[in-house]
Design a protein around this ligand. Structure first.
Ligand code: CU
Length: 507
């Protein structure tokens, strides 16, 4: 270690941070607040963290330069390490022309902090600032991202680079490991197509519910018979991990025998992703940041939009490998990162993994069952093909969330909640998917327990996003322990923007 490197490490250590592109406390990294920005009313000295929403160029490969909106001019946004339960302040500056929402995904925070206009969180004004103060938690891998509606505008919402990882230090780390590596998967340069999405078949159980299938297929056939084309879908030209196309970023450098804890986030607006590392297994220790009751080894990881997986890889197969997406086309367009053993050289190698199905219940408590809920809510998800200006309209129990609602509280208008909860009660959501798409379903400000997957009971896996398979049923339970408006939606941006949202409320 040379002297400069030594002093840099000391600097990072003194700043209370570990490694990589971290968000330094603002007093150190950025100086005091920007003199061009008027101070907020509750200003009293610098905030602990500063985030700037700004348009910036991103060089994702040599001479491939994307123009997008980022946090602090980088992609992913800086890794923020919080301490569970310790009050913190964050200044969020918005240097763009559009009011923004910054959502603290997976955290149990109040509605005025959460970052969803539908819950009443104030916008961060265009060319303005908001200071928020909250107690981060629960511990584990969370993230932050914009919660703006994009609609047909592919330069807005999660299609932009507004995604960054959050790690909330647990009291004790799950599993033994030598080192941690954070990876964020993200596509850029989105385009619309009429092709219809390719159905993905990787979840277990895989059998479809015949009644749901018939409902969905009948509705689709009726729409096509009327001469409607397929609703728009989004595709991408570039694929990245940590903002670099495969082969163009720094490799993950490892040593034989090391146990590397990967914290991986699917930061996509719309896509489901997979990852494999030839000759290696992933020991999954946490899903969506929550330690799993039954850590176990898998050859492939699957991530719905916004899902996170923490997994330990024992580095026992020296070489230069591609940690990459199973989809050849996406990997060839950048979705991967090189893993390089010390002492190994040569062209990075890819080998397709053995056939494998992703099963959340593999990580559950064997034989355990969840307590009975106080109340069960039934939900049916359905697609109305190309019904909204050529986009598919999505409904929950035949109701599409109004699609101007994102800007509702700019005009002081709020959409009322559909589901009413009582504080302290345990609720079950019985979700029935009458479409062939997989939906990554997200509940704000709460974690839920997976309690039934396609008719098979399970218990003990806590998440905040669950992929509900095409024409299948899924049940999750949650305890109403964080009062206020609570948003529930599909995390696929096209789906949430065109109706796939609803609200819970309680006091
Ligand atoms: Cu969806």
């Amino acid at each position: 270690m040379d002297e400069l490197e030594a002093s840099r490490r000391l600097f990072l250590k003194n700043a209370g941070l570990a490694a990589g592109s971290l968000l330094l406390p603002s007093g150190i990294a950025f100086g005091k607040a920007n003199p061009n920005t008027p101070p907020a009313q509750n200003d009293s000295g610098p905030a602990e963290y500063t985030i700037r929403i700004q348009a910036s160029p991103l060089e994702i490969a040599p001479k491939v330069i994307i123009s997008t909106v980022t946090y602090n001019g980088q992609f992913p946004g800086p890794l923020i390490r919080f301490h569970e339960g310790r009050q913190t302040t964050v200044d969020i500056f918005n240097d763009t022309d559009t009011p923004e929402q910054l959502h603290w995904h997976g955290q149990k925070v109040p509605t005025d902090v959460d970052g969803a206009a539908e819950e009443g969180t104030p916008y961060i004004p265009a060319h303005g600032k908001r200071r928020i103060s909250f107690k981060p938690g629960p511990s584990g891998l969370r993230f932050y991202h914009t919660h703006n509606r994009a609609g047909a505008n592919l330069f807005s919402g999660q299609y932009t680079g507004q995604v960054g990882p959050v790690y909330i230090e647990p009291k004790s780390e799950p599993g033994r490991f030598d080192r941690e590596v954070f990876l964020t998967m993200k596509e850029f340069d989105p385009t619309l197509s009429r092709g219809g999405d390719m159905a993905q078949d990787f979840l277990s159980p895989s059998a479809a519910d015949k009644a749901l299938e018939q409902t969905g297929e009948t509705s689709m056939k009726a729409s096509l018979a009327k001469g409607k084309p397929h609703g728009y879908e989004v595709g991408y030209n570039y694929f990245t991990i940590n903002g670099k196309m495969l082969g163009h970023g720094e490799p993950v450098r490892v040593k034989q025998g090391e146990r590397v804890l990967f914290h991986i986030l699917n930061g996509s607006a719309t896509e489901i992703r997979s990852l494999a590392l030839p000759g290696h297994f992933f020991e999954v220790v946490a899903l969506d940041g929550n330690p799993v009751p039954n850590p176990s080894r898998v050859p492939v990881l699957w991530f719905g939009t916004a899902e996170r997986i923490s997994a330990i890889v024992e580095m026992n197969h020296p070489g230069v490998w591609i940690l990459g997406d199973l989809a050849d086309d996406d990997r060839h367009h950048g979705m991967g990162i090189v893993v390089e053993y010390a002492g190994s050289a040569g062209k990075p190698q890819w080998l397709a993994p053995p056939k494998f199905r992703w099963k959340y219940s593999q990580f559950a408590k064997p034989g355990a069952s969840a307590p009975n809920p106080d109340q069960t809510f039934d939900m049916v998800f359905a697609k109305d093909n190309a019904a909204d200006s050529g986009f598919n309209r999505w409904t929950i129990n035949d109701v599409a969330f109004p699609d101007d609602a994102m800007y509702g509280n700019l005009s002081g208008k709020m959409i009322p909640a559909t589901f009413h909860l009582k504080r302290g009660k345990r609720y079950r959501l019985r979700m029935r998917n009458a479409s062939d798409d997989i939906h990554p379903i997200h509940l704000h400000r709460h974690s839920f327990e997976l309690t039934n997957l396609a008719g098979t009971p399970t218990a003990g896996v806590l998440k905040d996003v669950v992929m509900v398979n095409g024409y299948q049923q899924c049940e999750v339970d949650f305890v109403a322990d964080n009062p206020g408006m609570t948003l529930f939606h599909c995390h696929q941006q096209l789906h949430m923007d065109f109706g796939f949202m609803t609200l819970f409320d309680y006091v």
